[in-house]
Design a protein around this ligand. Structure first.
Ligand SMILES: O=C(CO)COP(=O)(O)O
Length: 254
Protein backbone atom coordinates (compact mmCIF):
# COMPACT_ATOMS: atom_id res chain seq x y z
CA UNK A 1 0.00 0.00 0.00
CA UNK A 2 1.52 3.30 -1.09
CA UNK A 3 1.18 6.36 1.10
CA UNK A 4 0.05 9.31 -1.09
CA UNK A 5 2.05 12.53 -1.28
CA UNK A 6 0.71 15.94 -2.25
CA UNK A 7 3.36 18.56 -2.85
CA UNK A 8 3.03 22.25 -3.61
CA UNK A 9 5.44 23.71 -6.14
CA UNK A 10 5.31 27.44 -5.51
CA UNK A 11 7.55 28.17 -8.52
CA UNK A 12 8.66 31.83 -8.70
CA UNK A 13 6.02 33.17 -6.34
CA UNK A 14 6.12 34.56 -2.83
CA UNK A 15 7.38 37.16 -0.41
CA UNK A 16 8.27 37.02 3.28
CA UNK A 17 4.70 38.02 4.06
CA UNK A 18 3.18 35.43 1.76
CA UNK A 19 5.39 32.61 3.13
CA UNK A 20 4.32 33.44 6.65
CA UNK A 21 0.60 33.75 5.83
CA UNK A 22 0.38 30.73 3.55
CA UNK A 23 2.18 28.40 5.96
CA UNK A 24 0.03 29.70 8.78
CA UNK A 25 -3.06 28.88 6.74
CA UNK A 26 -1.76 25.45 5.77
CA UNK A 27 -0.95 24.54 9.35
CA UNK A 28 -4.49 25.44 10.41
CA UNK A 29 -6.21 23.67 7.51
CA UNK A 30 -4.10 20.52 7.68
CA UNK A 31 -3.49 19.96 11.39
CA UNK A 32 -5.97 17.06 11.61
CA UNK A 33 -5.20 15.37 8.28
CA UNK A 34 -3.82 11.86 8.36
CA UNK A 35 -3.00 9.39 5.64
CA UNK A 36 -1.38 11.77 3.19
CA UNK A 37 2.13 13.14 3.12
CA UNK A 38 2.29 16.88 2.48
CA UNK A 39 5.25 18.90 1.24
CA UNK A 40 5.83 22.42 -0.03
CA UNK A 41 8.60 23.74 -2.24
CA UNK A 42 8.97 27.51 -1.79
CA UNK A 43 11.60 29.52 -3.72
CA UNK A 44 15.12 28.81 -2.43
CA UNK A 45 15.53 32.19 -0.75
CA UNK A 46 12.55 31.48 1.53
CA UNK A 47 13.47 27.91 2.51
CA UNK A 48 14.87 28.83 5.90
CA UNK A 49 11.95 31.07 6.74
CA UNK A 50 9.53 28.36 5.60
CA UNK A 51 11.26 25.71 7.70
CA UNK A 52 11.02 27.94 10.79
CA UNK A 53 7.34 28.61 10.08
CA UNK A 54 6.57 24.91 9.59
CA UNK A 55 7.89 24.24 13.10
CA UNK A 56 6.53 20.98 14.46
CA UNK A 57 3.81 20.55 11.80
CA UNK A 58 3.71 17.42 9.64
CA UNK A 59 4.26 19.44 6.48
CA UNK A 60 7.66 18.64 5.00
CA UNK A 61 9.96 21.13 3.34
CA UNK A 62 10.92 20.63 -0.30
CA UNK A 63 12.85 22.61 -2.89
CA UNK A 64 12.50 23.31 -6.59
CA UNK A 65 16.01 22.58 -7.84
CA UNK A 66 19.53 21.50 -6.94
CA UNK A 67 22.92 21.85 -8.60
CA UNK A 68 24.94 18.82 -9.67
CA UNK A 69 28.07 20.21 -7.98
CA UNK A 70 28.74 19.77 -4.28
CA UNK A 71 30.70 22.98 -3.62
CA UNK A 72 33.16 25.38 -5.19
CA UNK A 73 33.18 28.00 -7.91
CA UNK A 74 29.60 27.67 -9.19
CA UNK A 75 28.11 31.13 -8.80
CA UNK A 76 24.42 31.25 -8.02
CA UNK A 77 23.98 27.54 -7.35
CA UNK A 78 22.66 25.62 -4.34
CA UNK A 79 23.98 22.18 -3.39
CA UNK A 80 22.25 19.06 -2.11
CA UNK A 81 24.08 19.33 1.22
CA UNK A 82 22.85 22.92 1.63
CA UNK A 83 19.26 21.82 0.99
CA UNK A 84 19.72 19.06 3.54
CA UNK A 85 21.29 21.50 6.00
CA UNK A 86 18.27 23.79 5.78
CA UNK A 87 15.88 20.87 6.36
CA UNK A 88 14.52 20.25 2.86
CA UNK A 89 13.73 16.64 1.91
CA UNK A 90 11.75 16.39 -1.34
CA UNK A 91 13.63 18.02 -4.19
CA UNK A 92 11.99 18.64 -7.54
CA UNK A 93 14.21 17.90 -10.54
CA UNK A 94 13.50 17.76 -14.25
CA UNK A 95 10.54 20.11 -14.18
CA UNK A 96 9.48 20.94 -17.73
CA UNK A 97 10.08 24.64 -17.04
CA UNK A 98 13.74 23.87 -16.31
CA UNK A 99 13.97 21.48 -19.25
CA UNK A 100 12.60 24.25 -21.50
CA UNK A 101 14.04 27.52 -20.11
CA UNK A 102 17.35 26.14 -18.86
CA UNK A 103 17.85 23.48 -21.53
CA UNK A 104 18.32 20.73 -18.93
CA UNK A 105 18.90 17.37 -20.62
CA UNK A 106 17.79 13.92 -19.46
CA UNK A 107 21.43 13.11 -18.63
CA UNK A 108 21.93 16.29 -16.60
CA UNK A 109 18.73 15.59 -14.65
CA UNK A 110 19.88 12.01 -14.03
CA UNK A 111 23.05 13.47 -12.50
CA UNK A 112 20.95 15.60 -10.15
CA UNK A 113 19.01 12.46 -9.23
CA UNK A 114 22.23 10.69 -8.25
CA UNK A 115 23.51 13.69 -6.28
CA UNK A 116 20.27 13.85 -4.27
CA UNK A 117 20.29 10.12 -3.56
CA UNK A 118 23.89 10.33 -2.39
CA UNK A 119 22.94 13.13 0.01
CA UNK A 120 20.02 11.11 1.38
CA UNK A 121 17.42 13.44 -0.13
CA UNK A 122 14.33 12.38 -2.09
CA UNK A 123 14.19 13.26 -5.78
CA UNK A 124 10.82 14.24 -7.20
CA UNK A 125 11.59 13.42 -10.81
CA UNK A 126 9.29 15.28 -13.21
CA UNK A 127 8.60 13.76 -16.60
CA UNK A 128 6.00 14.33 -19.29
CA UNK A 129 5.36 15.01 -22.92
CA UNK A 130 4.66 18.26 -24.77
CA UNK A 131 1.42 18.86 -26.63
CA UNK A 132 3.10 18.15 -29.99
CA UNK A 133 4.56 14.89 -28.66
CA UNK A 134 1.16 13.95 -27.27
CA UNK A 135 -0.53 14.59 -30.59
CA UNK A 136 2.14 12.57 -32.37
CA UNK A 137 1.36 9.59 -30.11
CA UNK A 138 4.78 9.80 -28.44
CA UNK A 139 3.70 10.08 -24.78
CA UNK A 140 4.99 6.66 -23.73
CA UNK A 141 8.19 6.98 -25.75
CA UNK A 142 9.03 10.33 -24.12
CA UNK A 143 8.21 9.19 -20.57
CA UNK A 144 10.24 6.00 -21.05
CA UNK A 145 13.22 7.98 -22.35
CA UNK A 146 13.10 10.40 -19.40
CA UNK A 147 12.89 7.51 -16.91
CA UNK A 148 15.54 5.47 -18.70
CA UNK A 149 18.14 8.21 -18.23
CA UNK A 150 18.11 7.14 -14.56
CA UNK A 151 16.98 3.52 -14.88
CA UNK A 152 19.65 2.49 -17.38
CA UNK A 153 22.54 4.17 -15.58
CA UNK A 154 21.62 3.88 -11.87
CA UNK A 155 19.46 0.75 -11.93
CA UNK A 156 15.91 0.13 -10.73
CA UNK A 157 16.99 0.19 -7.04
CA UNK A 158 17.67 3.91 -7.48
CA UNK A 159 13.87 4.36 -7.56
CA UNK A 160 13.43 2.96 -4.06
CA UNK A 161 11.75 5.62 -1.91
CA UNK A 162 11.65 8.08 -4.80
CA UNK A 163 8.81 10.18 -6.20
CA UNK A 164 8.02 10.50 -9.91
CA UNK A 165 5.73 13.31 -11.05
CA UNK A 166 4.00 12.78 -14.38
CA UNK A 167 3.32 16.30 -15.63
CA UNK A 168 2.13 16.52 -19.22
CA UNK A 169 3.50 19.88 -20.39
CA UNK A 170 0.22 20.78 -22.11
CA UNK A 171 -1.61 20.50 -18.77
CA UNK A 172 0.72 22.75 -16.75
CA UNK A 173 -0.80 26.11 -15.91
CA UNK A 174 -3.38 25.76 -18.69
CA UNK A 175 -6.44 24.84 -16.67
CA UNK A 176 -6.64 21.79 -18.96
CA UNK A 177 -5.83 18.79 -16.74
CA UNK A 178 -5.37 15.33 -18.20
CA UNK A 179 -8.51 13.29 -17.65
CA UNK A 180 -8.30 10.72 -14.85
CA UNK A 181 -8.33 7.92 -17.44
CA UNK A 182 -5.59 9.56 -19.54
CA UNK A 183 -3.37 10.12 -16.51
CA UNK A 184 -4.01 6.63 -15.11
CA UNK A 185 -2.96 5.05 -18.42
CA UNK A 186 0.38 6.88 -18.39
CA UNK A 187 0.97 6.23 -14.67
CA UNK A 188 0.38 2.52 -15.26
CA UNK A 189 2.75 2.61 -18.22
CA UNK A 190 5.45 4.24 -16.04
CA UNK A 191 4.99 1.69 -13.25
CA UNK A 192 5.01 -1.23 -15.69
CA UNK A 193 8.12 0.19 -17.36
CA UNK A 194 10.02 0.13 -14.05
CA UNK A 195 8.49 -3.26 -13.17
CA UNK A 196 10.20 -4.78 -16.20
CA UNK A 197 13.44 -4.23 -14.26
CA UNK A 198 12.17 -4.67 -10.69
CA UNK A 199 8.53 -5.33 -9.80
CA UNK A 200 9.00 -4.62 -6.09
CA UNK A 201 10.57 -1.24 -6.65
CA UNK A 202 7.85 -0.35 -9.18
CA UNK A 203 5.11 -1.24 -6.72
CA UNK A 204 6.35 1.17 -4.03
CA UNK A 205 7.34 4.16 -6.18
CA UNK A 206 5.05 7.15 -5.67
CA UNK A 207 3.78 8.50 -8.99
CA UNK A 208 2.21 11.93 -8.63
CA UNK A 209 0.15 13.60 -11.30
CA UNK A 210 0.77 17.29 -12.01
CA UNK A 211 -0.88 19.74 -14.38
CA UNK A 212 -3.84 21.96 -13.47
CA UNK A 213 -4.77 19.95 -10.38
CA UNK A 214 -7.28 21.92 -8.33
CA UNK A 215 -9.83 21.52 -5.55
CA UNK A 216 -12.48 20.45 -8.10
CA UNK A 217 -10.68 17.75 -10.09
CA UNK A 218 -8.38 16.26 -7.43
CA UNK A 219 -10.74 13.60 -6.04
CA UNK A 220 -11.44 11.96 -9.40
CA UNK A 221 -7.74 11.89 -10.23
CA UNK A 222 -6.87 10.26 -6.89
CA UNK A 223 -9.61 7.64 -7.43
CA UNK A 224 -7.28 6.09 -10.04
CA UNK A 225 -5.18 3.22 -8.67
CA UNK A 226 -1.80 4.41 -9.96
CA UNK A 227 -2.18 8.12 -9.12
CA UNK A 228 -0.48 8.44 -5.73
CA UNK A 229 -0.94 12.14 -5.10
CA UNK A 230 -0.16 15.34 -6.94
CA UNK A 231 2.43 17.98 -7.67
CA UNK A 232 0.41 21.17 -7.51
CA UNK A 233 1.38 24.56 -8.94
CA UNK A 234 -1.17 27.38 -8.94
CA UNK A 235 -3.58 25.80 -6.47
CA UNK A 236 -0.79 25.33 -3.92
CA UNK A 237 -0.64 29.11 -3.42
CA UNK A 238 -4.02 29.10 -1.69
CA UNK A 239 -4.23 27.33 1.66
CA UNK A 240 -7.90 26.39 1.33
CA UNK A 241 -7.64 24.95 -2.20
CA UNK A 242 -4.42 23.07 -1.37
CA UNK A 243 -6.02 21.63 1.77
CA UNK A 244 -8.98 20.33 -0.24
CA UNK A 245 -6.53 18.54 -2.55
CA UNK A 246 -4.62 16.99 0.37
CA UNK A 247 -7.84 15.84 2.03
CA UNK A 248 -9.06 14.34 -1.26
CA UNK A 249 -5.87 12.27 -1.48
CA UNK A 250 -6.16 11.11 2.13
CA UNK A 251 -9.79 10.10 1.59
CA UNK A 252 -9.19 8.34 -1.73
CA UNK A 253 -6.29 6.26 -0.45
CA UNK A 254 -7.66 5.47 3.03
O1 LIG B 1 3.97 22.43 -12.92
C1 LIG B 1 3.19 22.10 -12.04
C2 LIG B 1 3.67 21.60 -10.74
O2 LIG B 1 5.02 21.33 -10.77
C3 LIG B 1 1.72 22.21 -12.24
O3 LIG B 1 1.37 23.55 -12.27
P1 LIG B 1 -0.18 23.95 -12.25
O4 LIG B 1 -0.81 23.17 -11.11
O5 LIG B 1 -0.21 25.42 -12.03
O6 LIG B 1 -0.75 23.53 -13.58
Amino acid sequence: MRHPLVMGNWKLNGSKKMVSELIDGLRKELSAVQGCGVAIAPPTIYLDQAQQALGDSQIVLGAQNVDVNLSGAFTGEVSAEMLKDIGARYIIIGHSERRTYHKESDEFIAKKFAVLKAAGLTPVLCIGETEAENEAGKTEEVCARQIDAVLETQGAEAFNGVVIAYEPVWAIGTGKSATPAQAQAVHKFIRDHIAKKDAKVAEQVIIQYGGSVNDKNAAELFAQPDIDGALVGGASLKADAFAVIVKAAAAAKA
